[in-house]
Design a protein around this ligand. Structure first.
Ligand SMILES: [Zn+2]
Length: 372
């Protein structure tokens, strides 16, 4: 069975508003020549283009999908929010939340982005594909049911999970969010539930500023099923792998999911403009291999990665290519042109020892997770 890769050119046509980086243009903020938010289509388009140039696309099952239906969206988002989003989208576009502008037809593009994730989850759960990657855009992990933020307009992963639960009887799902920003939307949606384990690894105090704390572990039936792993700025390759080995993999073992979904951002990379971490393409390759191995032991290999952030137009393609190589087991590779300089810039032994302590201190959040 093949690895599916879900993408659609229309998702690259989602347009941000009149921004210069994350600042609205106006006053003393001059428009950029190649303007717009950092969430640009180029990071994603260049990933797909690189895969085509190396030939990796020929080892994958390349597919598109239908838009998520209104019924799909209503399982996660209130009618009032969807109506207002659709109304603005039909009348030229606008902005509903914080840093989430969209152009005319933005509603349909966001529904397609969610549809790619939905179809990836459906096909993997149905056993049509070994595993899958959804190149969703706009991203989804920050989106609350009624408030879009952080470039996210619909909660793609939650929409996909809820559709598979309704249509296919999908059981327990573990969502691992390694985007460098806190997965506050996924957390909010599943905070009171035990049928979805939500784990977020993120840079502490980055975005959103007021969430992602270790103490936030869920409530009611969901108590223990929300895990936040904030890391200090500067964490690199060994820290990320240590978090996986010491916290995430044992948590997955204990939870015994029926499917693992990764909120796959590449903004923990060393040259991302929206974060201060030091992960490399090799980090993403190694994390993917570890999660793929966990999925094969725990849930018949059922694993779906859904694209989130990652804002280096030059480096995201190499991180993504390494991830897709690992996911598919393809031998077609795109050697990381920044491997050497980024290796030299990894944390030194003293900061590494500090990071080890931070990670060891957090291991108790895993103890709060009830046995599966
Ligand atoms: Zn992010």
């Amino acid at each position: 069975m093949a690895t599916g890769f879900f993408w659609d050119e229309k998702c690259f046509w989602h347009s941000g508003g009149n921004y210069a980086f994350t600042l609205p243009v106006g006053g003393l903020v001059q428009p950029l020549a190649a303007g717009g938010l950092p969430e640009s289509p180029e990071t994603k388009r260049r990933l797909r283009t690189l895969m085509e140039v190396t030939g990796l696309t020929r080892d994958l099952d390349m597919r598109s999908a239908d838009m998520a239906t209104r019924e799909d969206l209503l399982r996660v988002h209130p009618e009032t929010y969807l109506d207002e989003f659709k109304r603005l989208s039909d009348t030229g576009g606008g902005e509903l939340g914080r840093r989430t502008p969209f152009g005319a037809g933005g509603y349909e593009i966001a529904a397609l982005s969610a549809g790619l994730a939905k179809e990836a989850v459906r096909a993997v759960h149905a056993g049509e594909l070994e595993n899958a990657y959804a190149l969703s855009r706009p991203p989804g992990h920050h989106c609350l049911p009624d408030f879009p933020n952080g470039f996210c307009l619909l909660a793609n992963i939650a929409i996909a999970i809820e559709a598979a639960k309704t249509d296919q009887g999908l059981g327990r799902v573990a969502v691992l969010d390694w985007d460098v920003h806190h997965g506050n939307g996924t957390e909010a949606i599943y905070y009171g539930r035990d049928d979805v384990l939500s784990i977020s690894i993120h840079q502490e105090g980055n975005y959103p500023l007021d969430s992602g704390f270790i103490e936030d572990r869920g409530r009611g039936a969901g108590l223990g099923y929300n895990m936040n792993i904030p890391l200090p700025a500067g964490a690199g390759h060994t820290a990320y792998l240590a978090v996986l080995d010491e916290i995430v993999l044992p948590a997955l073992e204990r939870y015994q999911p029926d499917m693992i979904i990764v909120a796959c951002g590449f903004d923990a990379s060393a040259i991302d403009p929206l974060a201060r971490m030091l992960a490399t393409a090799q980090t993403f390759r190694d994390m993917t291999l570890r999660i793929k191995d966990a999925a094969s032991r725990l849930c018949d290999g059922k694993l779906v990665l859904v694209h989130e952030g990652g804002y280096s137009e030059v480096y995201v393609p190499f991180c993504g290519h390494a991830t897709l190589e690992a996911l598919s087991g393809s031998t077609i590779t795109a050697p990381d042109p920044m491997a050497e300089p980024l290796k030299i810039r990894q944390p030194g032994p003293r900061f590494d020892a500090f990071l080890r302590e931070v990670i060891a201190d957090q291991a108790d959040i895993f103890d709060a997770l009830p046995e599966g």
